[in-house]
Design a protein around this ligand. Structure first.
Ligand SMILES: Cc1cc2nc3c(=O)[nH]c(=O)nc-3n(C[C@H](O)[C@H](O)[C@H](O)COP(=O)(O)OP(=O)(O)OC[C@H]3O[C@@H](n4cnc5c(N)ncnc54)[C@H](O)[C@@H]3O)c2cc1C
Length: 297
């Protein structure tokens, strides 16, 4: 449809000098202000008159938000305003969290990724977000600054619906933190899109797996899906099947069928629900096989 109002509407650009001031401003202007990161979701929504914020609150340069660091006790911390290309290029992500770099590298184009952030991808809470599955399965936790000070939000309970999260008025995510990956952890992200760049996922399949002596099969394998439910979906049945029974081609096939049965996609402009479900089964099997072939060695 042709946009009858091309260009951005007017808004005030606010640049507070502390997180406390930013949280207070956001809380005072609930419903008419939001934190600004790369703006790649915000400006499209404002241009299309879907979001009508009076204020964009630039918090990108506050309190370590532009830093990325790793240590062997705390794992990886990515500041909220670190753009995706920096994550992809960072030696820490490449060595210890290659799945994160792989997922970020599937987002749109190089140009877009110089602005887009992982935290923005998560806070936007689109079911189609490419990095959400990796962030959930790698145990990501958000560090949040709110009106009442700091707290943490685990991603396992963060997503409530399309565009809806556990964030409250005045909240600003300052960083996302990942624990050290389990020894031998391998990941895979497969994105099905209508073209190779600049399009949201028709479906996305993220898998992680690692040896686990506590599991009867000797392995722990988890799967998350994008674009097939109102929120990013972790299909617990996949983990159960592959932990409880010896892993064979047959159980991988059963697990991918469970992924298909566990999702409930909709028809939309990108694909029908039926096509999505079938591709969930096919691409889940591909991703599970790839991870299994590596961790079994
Ligand atoms: C052409 C194009 C192609 C795209 N392709 C893809 C794609 O292939 N895959 C994909 O997943 N996405 C895609 N997107 C969507 C978008 O680029 C991503 O969601 C991106 O990661 C958003 O990050 P950002 O920093 O730009 O967020 P912003 O646009 O700045 O913010 C997004 C939302 O999150 C909130 N927010 C951001 N940071 C914080 C914070 N620190 N604390 C609290 N709230 C916060 C904002 O207030 C806003 O509501 C595309 C967008 C465009 C325009």
């Amino acid at each position: 449809m042709i946009n009858p109002y091309p260009g951005l509407p007017e808004f005030d650009y606010i640049k507070p000098d502390s997180l406390s001031a930013a949280s207070q401003f956001l809380a005072l202007h609930t419903g008419e202000a939001r934190p600004l990161m790369g703006g790649t979701d915000i400006f499209v929504r404002m241009r299309d008159r879907v979001w009508k914020d009076k204020y964009l609150v630039d918090v990108k340069s506050l309190d370590g938000m532009n830093a990325i660091y790793f240590d062997l006790s705390r794992g990886l911390t990515i500041g909220a305003s670190v753009n995706m290309n920096r994550v992809i290029g960072s030696s820490e992500a490449k060595v210890h969290y290659p799945l994160l770099a792989e997922a970020a590298n599937k987002v749109a184009s190089y140009q877009l990724r110089t602005r887009a952030t992982i935290v923005g991808n998560i806070c936007n809470a689109s079911p189609a977000g490419d990095t959400t599955g990796a962030c959930i399965l790698l145990g990501g936790v958000l560090n949040v600054h709110g009106e009442d000070g700091k707290r943490q939000e685990p991603l396992s309970t963060f997503f409530i619906g399309p565009g809806a999260t556990a964030l409250r008025a005045g909240d600003i995510v300052t960083s996302i933190q990942f624990p050290l990956p389990a020894p031998g952890l391998v990941g895979k992200y497969i994105k099905l899109g209508r073209n190779k760049s600049s399009d949201l996922a028709i479906i996305g399949v993220t898998v992680v797996g690692y040896p686990d002596e506590g599991a009867p099969s000797g392995f722990r394998i988890k799967l998350a899906l994008a674009s097939v439910a109102p929120v990013p979906l972790v299909v617990g049945q996949v983990e159960t099947i592959l932990a409880e029974t010896p892993i064979t081609e047959q159980t991988l096939s059963e697990a991918s069928q469970a992924a298909m049965d566990g999702c409930n996609p909709i028809d939309d402009v990108r694909a029908s629900a039926k096509y999505r479900k079938m591709m969930v089964r096919n691409l889940s099997l591909n991703a599970l096989r790839k991870v299994w072939e590596t961790i079994r060695q």
